[in-house]
Design a protein around this ligand. Structure first.
Ligand code: SF4
Length: 64
């Protein structure tokens, strides 16, 4: 599966990084740094948590 973050929608509140700082990294200005991240099945619940917490709805979980 893959994590996709719409960088145009991200407003830099950093809640995704608070969920998992390895999967979700922020740039020096506090915005999501990467738009696409491959993620193993084992972290599905964590990604779903981040999807639910992102206040901008910027994070999506995509199936391969
Ligand atoms: S939680 Fe959403 S809005 Fe906040 S930094 Fe992460 S992607 Fe951006």
């Amino acid at each position: 599966m893959r994590i996709h973050i719409d960088l145009d929608q991200c407003d830099g509140q950093g809640l995704c990084e608070a969920v998992d700082s390895e999967l979700f990294r922020l740039d020096d200005d506090g915005y999501a740094a990467r738009s696409d991240v491959d993620a193993p099945e084992a972290v599905r619940a964590t990604v779903e948590d981040a999807v639910a917490r992102c206040p901008m709805g910027a994070i999506r979980l995509l199936e391969d």
